[in-house]
Design a protein around this ligand. Structure first.
Ligand code: PRT
Ligand code: ZN
Length: 283
């Protein structure tokens, strides 16, 4: 039995639960319960505050966990990063009041910087030879400059609108982060085998994301050109139609290239183009 720690509530909870679900692991998500068993995979889910997930995994109270890379880095516990999960993307940046004439990092020498990520900032300043005064505060870091508590902040940014609405501007992007699957370093062979199974499922889910299945009718004479437009996992599937001189071609395309490919396929004579969702790709 494997134990995975995920965030109870907050920005990573929903997508963590969704990823597990798409990987065939459904949990009775009674949020008041702190431990939930899955009916369809030998796994139990432990719901925690994100701050506690790296330590819980490092100590082995959970075998694996889903948490922001920023938390892993800040807490400094020795865990293995098993997989980047492509959600919860953000960066941790230095920001200053918007009227500051900022030129270089040396601006931060002797300045007070408010943050909830003192360790990451300490390391960054050390590496760059900057002597800033780091003030650790727990919540609402972005109001510190206006409140006269700090000259600058070091905080998570995603769209940047929180900075703007607090009269701040981002001047240095220090760390890029996304949700990661972390693992305890001393897992038994049995548990490792279960983790491998899970990773394989996560990969299939991720590969299917943003993909569309496309099928169309095509004159035989256009097949070579169509293959050039639509490279597939191995190569597109081509089947003859009852009508002579025509075939049906099936392939998988990235959603962001879909319309461009459809335009090109129509130009070479494709008809009856059908687009379907791809749920998973088991490579
Ligand atoms: O209760 P718990 O301790 O579990 O949660 P939490 O409140 O500590 O964390 P939570 O749920 O806010 O964030 C969890 C993780 O999501 C973070 O550790 C990051 O890895 C990731 N993440 C991604 C973010 C953001 N994007 C984000 N935008 N975490 C926080 N923010 C905040 C940021 O602090 C700032 O206040 O959103 C604001 C900025 O957003 P923009 O879009 O205005 O720039
Ligand atoms: Zn937290």
């Amino acid at each position: 039995m494997l134990r995975i720690a995920i965030q109870t509530k907050g920005r990573l909870n929903e997508e963590s639960v969704e990823l597990l679900k798409e990987a065939g692991i459904t949990v009775n998500e009674d949020k008041r319960k702190f431990l939930a068993k899955s009916a369809d995979f030998p796994i139990e889910v432990l719901f925690l505050r994100d701050d506690d997930i790296p330590q819980t995994v490092a100590m082995g109270a959970a075998d694996i966990g889903i948490v922001g890379y920023n938390e892993v880095k800040e807490r400094g516990f020795d865990v293995e990063i098993l997989k980047k999960l492509s959600f919860g993307a953000c960066r941790i940046s230095l920001a200053v009041p918007k009227n500051v004439d900022y030129n270089s990092l040396s601006y931060f020498n002797g300045k007070r910087i408010a943050t909830s990520y003192p360790n990451i900032l300490k390391e960054f300043f050390k590496e760059k030879g900057i002597n800033g005064e780091i003030h650790t505060i727990a919540g609402s870091v972005e109001i510190a400059p206006a409140a006269g508590l700090a000259d600058a902040i070091f905080d998570i940014v995603s769209s940047g609108s929180t900075l703007v609405s607090n009269g701040l501007k981002e001047v240095e992007k220090v760390l890029y982060s996304e949700a990661v699957l972390i693992g305890n370093r001393g897992l038994s062979a049995d548990k490792k085998a279960l983790v491998e199974k899970l990773l394989f499922r996560f990969e299939s889910v991720q590969m299917g994301r943003g993909k569309k299945y496309i099928l169309m009718n095509l004159p035989d004479s256009a097949v070579d050109e169509a293959i050039g437009i639509l490279p597939a996992l191995r190569s597109p599937t081509i089947m003859p139609l009852a009508q002579k001189g025509w075939c049906s071609m099936h392939s998988v395309v990235n959603e962001n290239e879909l319309w461009d490919k459809i335009d090109k396929l129509k130009e070479i004579g494709a008809e009856g183009i059908l687009i379907l969702n791809v749920e998973k790709i088991v490579a």
